[in-house]
Design a protein around this ligand. Sequence first.
Ligand SMILES: C[S@@+](CC[C@H](N)C(=O)[O-])C[C@H]1O[C@@H](n2cnc3c(N)ncnc32)[C@H](O)[C@@H]1O
Length: 316
Amino acid sequence: MDGSGRALSPGANALLQDALEGLSQRQKRLSPKWLYDQRGSALFEEITGLPEYYLTRTEAAILTEYAAELAGLVPEGGALVEFGSGASVKTRTLLDAGDHFAAYVPIDISANFLHQTAHGLRAHYPRLEIAPVVADFTAPVRLPPHLDAMAKVGFFPGSTIGNLPPEAATDLLRHARRWPGAQGFILGADLVKDEATLVAAYDDAQGVTAQFIGNILHRLNAELGADFDTGAFAYRATWNAALARIDMELVSTRAQTVSLPGARIDFAAGEAIHVSASRKYTEQTLAQLVVPAGWRVEQLLTDEDRAFAVAVLLPQ
Ligand SMILES: C[S@@+](CC[C@H](N)C(=O)[O-])C[C@H]1O[C@@H](n2cnc3c(N)ncnc32)[C@H](O)[C@@H]1O
């Protein structure tokens, strides 16, 4: 039941269980996967164009420079399978260079956004099979069975791997290594750099990232009938050097109590909800993620400033 006594959909029920669990911890937390509803996905697209958000343009330039080589990892008649595909903008660089691909499989949790994107791709690439899969990649993703016979290359751009704790990142990579026909994996990862550049990328002057992270509270209100006063939570991005990650939090600006179906949650003034982390890597810490999953780093493609890396992984 939501706050006004209506039955919850299975999706909203999963959101509620996760929120109740996370908000009852000593360090309150919500999972970043709930950031992406239609509004969240659109806000993320806005972030990709912000001047402070060097990640998208840097990764896009690397993909453009090495497009032919990267597309060549997919054998004739094979499939490119993307995790967290969003608007599939950068992917088009690989699809344009991959006339020989038989299928493109975008996987995303944001269902409407994924289907809209797939519709646009079908119009643009009429000869390519576009096979979207709505799924949560923090659990093993089942691919359509008719793809079993196809060679596959995984693609995980956008530094999204950095949102996952190291063990979960390795699990995802291990799962993709075990797909029938797994040939390779293209992984976009952000690199450790100076604190000012990192914090600015996650706390932009226009406040778009603050809106994106704050969207999770709007979602709890809209989908569960919670009563968060969204104006009473301030956004904060901080660099944790010891864990090499940016932490994104919503900080309660006053003592307050919030109701969710089945619980009342107290917040002290200054208490934070941890919503997302974005881990930054070195060559060494990247290898520590991929090697236990059965991959080796064949090539690390970077820009001149070594701001961002696209790692080409091959089976060990
Ligand atoms: C940081 S954005 C990256 C989007 C795009 N790949 C890019 O590089 O611009 C993360 C994407 O992953 C999706 N996503 C986040 N958590 C997910 C999860 N647990 N399972 C499936 N998709 C998820 C989001 O909906 C979003 O499209």
